[in-house]
Design a protein around this ligand. Sequence first.
Ligand code: HOZ
Length: 438
Amino acid sequence: MAPNTSSAPSRNTALFERAKKLIPGGVNSPVRAFKAVGGTPRFVQRAQGAYFWDADGKRYIDYIGSWGPMILGHGHPAVVDAVQKAVLEGFSYGAPTEREVELAEEIVKLVPSIEMLRLVSSGTEAGMSAIRLARGATGRSKIIKFEGCYHGHADALLVKAGSGLATFGNPTSAGVPPEVVQHTLVLEYNHIAQLEEAFAVHGSSTACLIIEPIAGNMNFVRASVPFMTRCRELCTQYGVLLVFDEVMTGFRVALGGAQSVYAKSIPGFKPDMTVMGKVIGGGMPLAAFGGTRAVMEQLAPLGPVYQAGTLSGNPVATACGLATLRELQKPGFYEALGERTRSLVSGLTQAATRAGVSFCGDSEGGMFGFFLLEPLPQNYATVMTTDGPTFNRFFHAMLDKGVYYAPALYEAGFVSSAHTAADIAETVEAAAQFFAGR
Ligand code: HOZ
């Protein structure tokens, strides 16, 4: 399709108007609506490699990649081939398949803390199920989470979460009764003294501590090594299950996920449970939760904790996930991805610095974040001090130049193996023009 000319009516606008009549806010997930940054969401027509084209035929370098799953870029031939073959064999059976066993074997092989796992269809479902299992396995009710960490939209976890809730300046959703979250303790990310106090009071009645080890829903904020070390020590001391939410970071920051990154600094480090999604489905609705055998065997039909799903382990989704995981294991994959991502963050930082703009960024593997402030924030409150209006102008300037970042400053960004050095250079040049003319 030929690109729309500026005088022609925008198909994005027309589609948005049509969508708003039937779908709340015109979108099926809030952040997509551009409410925080203003303007009209781009309706995607098609995507290939590092790019997508909108309904007006304009091309964008895509740094969202479906919010993380598209680590190989769009339409990777090996993945497309696997999905096409799977589709011909049937869409869904509601019965076990060899492919879901293969996917489980692959994940267990690559993530040593996971001895058993269950496949589900979304990160929200995985997080919600992991919490129920942690409570069932420990016989305790309380859970600990951190401000700015988002673990999907299950009621008990929708307290002071980041992502879309942060965008709308509303830390907790309406419709979540106080009684439902009375057992959810929310602590400050990277605050060791507060963590120790909370464990001293509530440790023995707490089922689990759930954490995004590298938080991607308040932009990109790492848990410090000393903080993570204390999380592990206190969980062990009080019999609290340490649950890593690796929906974003799993197979994204390293082949073994963020836990393998922490294991480099904390000898023998392992969480008790892990929640995964995004990359393991390669762009199809697929997620998982897993952990030690002792905990996972509490799950029905073996144990008393109920959990189920009609589309769980879907044969097309598992084909897509398996093909994706096989590509990631090719030699040098993460080295190249990490290098490309670092080159983006350092290019943006240099461009901002040259123009005298306060800027900092960080990345791990194919996940990154940047802030229009310095130094790197360590918690949600600091992230919230970012200059929103300037970010919004930056976002739109980049969009005009064909670079698509997340339409909110509380979201991490993603680079795929399809992004080339030329894509990074084009992006950095676009940013440099904005910083220079700001
Ligand atoms: N929960 C995602 C942001 N962290 C947004 C998902 C979407 O809009 O697709």
